[in-house]
Design a protein around this ligand. Structure first.
Ligand SMILES: *Cc1c(COP(=O)(O)O)cnc(C)c1O
Length: 411
């Protein structure tokens, strides 16, 4: 293991993503106390670059903890892990050919311990919660974040409270219960659940793990960018297409690339970051198109892609900045389109994606058709979860009567 600094990590401080106010490392933090915006973890990157070299990575563990110098945990015994990270980067030759693309790839986050990329954020967040002495955690969630939080809380031995919309996918509900979390269904959206967690905090003394209110989930998510860079031998792709809800995935990767450039591991070239949202809940797309710095909350948010049903994001300005600074764009796709493409991806490539993953294929189609993506460009789609958590997106089965099978009709 490389020598870490005396503090045990390379974190120097936390910094508000908006007003740049500074906060000390090694303490619990939520949003910036000055402007109520997310805090970003800052590292002594020149020191990381001295301690860690690209060649150190290949023999390391096949999980996101291979990048421990770029993660905030101070003492290894605090790491709470289920082996998350280092998901495969799959070539999609058949789907690519059907769209005239020869270099189409998919990072398959469905192959995670909790079957979604939320494992990454919660592994790091619960490790830090443990390190900083938290005993009770709470989360508002559209589904997958709660499942992941419940899993890592169980593994860390922490008490977990989960607040989800009533119509959350059943699998998410059941996994949280199995994992021993206290589960509550709320007659509203994730934003209503978030208010309950906030209002209950002074009475129930839980630590709020809401997206981007808690600064370390983003550090876990950023490992998608680190992995992508390593898996592509430190040559980033031309375009990344990512399904966006609260935005930690996109913002995390953008942060990762920035850190890698500061370490001298990559150059200034960035993939164009594409944010995909559902037409029934597309606050980032609207704000991007209108040239806004912040996104107005979306009214009557609805989509089958539960992870995308986030009407307002506290990190909206970071999402929009990441898209604009990289020359990216934002695309809305209908539920009909994303479900058709979930199927198309499965049938062309054998990948059982979450509907959110299907949405990236729909966005790709539009961007190829408009000429925004060129045939020779290297494009990476992110499938953020596994289909099996959304069984209601499958077609109903055909029943046969064993006494009277009509084989003529099976062909
Ligand atoms: C949470 C979630 C998203 C949205 O991710 P953000 O990084 O918060 O924007 C997308 N897909 C799935 C499957 C999710 O669970």
């Amino acid at each position: 293991m490389q020598a870490l600094q005396a503090s045990g990590s390379f974190v120097t401080h936390l910094e508000c993503g908006k007003c740049r106010a500074r906060y000390p490392a090694g303490q619990l933090h939520s949003l910036c106390t000055a402007c109520s915006r997310p805090l970003l973890v800052r590292y002594d990157l020149p020191a990381v670059a001295r301690a860690l070299h690209k060649g150190d990575l290949p023999p390391r563990e096949v999980s996101l903890w291979r990048y421990r110098e770029l993660l905030p945990v101070t003492r290894p015994e605090n790491i709470v892990t289920l082996g998350e990270g280092f998901t495969p980067l799959l070539a999609l030759p058949r789907l690519g050919a059907s769209l005239g693309l020869s270099r189409l790839l998919l990072k398959d986050e469905g192959q995670m311990p909790t079957l979604s990329f939320k494992s990454r954020g919660q592994a790091v967040a619960l490790s830090m919660a443990k390190e900083l002495g938290v005993t009770r955690v709470a989360i508002p969630s559209a589904g997958n974040a709660a499942g992941a939080m419940a899993a890592y809380a169980a593994r860390a031995g922490l008490e977990a409270f989960v607040f989800m919309p009533e119509d959350v996918p059943q699998g998410n509900l059941m996994e949280c219960d199995l994992l021993g979390a206290r589960v509550f269904l709320v007659n509203g959206l994730i934003s209503d659940c978030g208010k309950i967690v906030k209002d209950g905090q002074p009475l129930l003394h839980w630590f709020d793990l809401s997206t981007l209110k808690e600064p370390y989930r983003l550090e876990g998510k950023k490992t998608m960018g680190l992995e992508l860079a390593e898996q592509l031998d430190w040559q980033l792709p031309d375009v990344i297409i990512y399904p966006t809800g609260g935005g930690t995935g996109l913002v995390g990767m953008w942060k990762a690339f920035d850190e890698l450039e500061h370490m001298g591991w990559i150059g200034p070239k960035r993939p164009r970051l594409v944010s995909v949202q559902a037409a029934g809940c597309a606050p980032m797309v609207r704000a991007f198109e209108q040239g806004q710095e912040h996104a107005e909350p979306w009214q009557n948010a609805h989509t089958v892609a539960a992870g995308l049903r986030v009407p307002g994001a506290v990190g909206d300005f970071l999402i929009l900045r990441a898209i604009r600074e990289t020359g990216g764009t934002a695309v809305a796709v209908t539920d009909e389109e994303l479900l058709a493409d979930q199927k198309a991806l499965a049938r062309a490539e054998g990948v059982c994606a979450a509907p959110e993953g299907g949405a990236t294929v729909s966005a790709l189609r539009k961007l190829v058709a408009s000429g925004w993506i060129k045939p020779q460009e290297q494009v990476v789609l992110f499938n953020t979860g596994h289909f099996i958590k959304y069984p209601y997106t499958a077609a109903p089965p055909v029943h046969l009567r064993k006494e009277a099978v009509d084989f003529a009709r099976l062909a």
